[in-house]
Design a protein around this ligand. Structure first.
Ligand SMILES: O=P(O)(O)OP(=O)(O)OP(=O)(O)OC[C@H]1O[C@@H](n2cnc3c(O)ncnc32)[C@H](O)[C@@H]1O
Ligand SMILES: [Mg+2]
Length: 205
């Protein structure tokens, strides 16, 4: 079946929990007439390794690959955690910080160990999300959202994914894994980034 021009949007992520968040925020954003399509609903394609120096560079590569392979407009997120006491690492290496891609427990355990001697006053960090939208014509827009907070000493909560159990957003006491999905979306780096894409998404319809 031929695709219907700009009306279907590929949401490109191989991380099921992130994909859920992307779909949730886009669905909540008030854009009507766009059908969200996941990677499992399109034919598999070769994906470029995420070797960029910035979140923006990686997000553009993921969205371009998705748009080129499917002929659909494609949105992709590249994100991570920047820790002040680690000179903004893990950054673009967040997903594989412990050496194993996507091992959230190993990544958080390693990060807590690295920060064991860092006092509370210097445990600042931020989540960053770069989201790219690439259209079938090759137009692209890239946006960024940030979420500041501090790193705990123990994991708490089982919502979210990744580093959420060790991140307390500024102004609260709960970790981002202790927030409801709606609370996380309202404040998170990903929510803030994606909502900036709404006008461009509306223009696709
Ligand atoms: O590239 P895709 O396929 O989308 O999935 P990924 O998990 O590899 O995603 P990234 O390359 O963008 O790496 C992001 C990593 O940063 C962390 N991260 C990003 N957003 C997060 C969030 O909202 N909460 C907790 N950790 C997050 C988490 O460890 C992710 O695996
Ligand atoms: Mg990735």
């Amino acid at each position: 079946m031929p695709d219907s021009g700009g009306r279907r949007l590929l949401v490109a992520s191989r991380n099921p929990k992130k994909l859920n968040e992307l779909r949730r925020v886009l669905a909540e954003s008030g854009v009507v007439g766009i059908e969200l399509v996941g990677l499992d609903e399109v034919a598999p394609f070769d994906e470029t390794p995420e070797t960029g120096a910035t979140f923006e560079a990686n997000a553009v590569v993921k969205a371009r690959d998705g748009a080129a392979a499917t002929g659909l407009a494609c949105v992709a997120d590249d994100s991570g955690l920047e820790v002040d006491a680690l000179n903004s690492m893990p950054g673009v290496l967040s997903a594989r910080w412990s050496g194993t891609h996507g091992d959230d427990d190993a990544n958080t355990t390693l990060l807590l160990a690295q920060l064991a001697d860092v006092p509370d006053i210097r445990r600042g960090a931020r989540f960053v999300s770069a989201c790219a939208l690439v259209t079938p014509d090759g137009d692209k827009i890239v946006v960024r959202g940030e979420w500041t907070g501090t790193i705990t000493r123990e994991p708490r909560g089982d919502g979210g994914f990744g580093y959420d159990p060790i991140f307390v957003p500024t102004g609260g006491n709960r970790t981002s894994a202790e927030l409801t999905p709606a609370e996380k979306d309202a404040e998170s780096h990903r929510g803030r980034a994606l909502r900036q894409l709404v006008p461009s998404l509306a223009a696709l319809v």
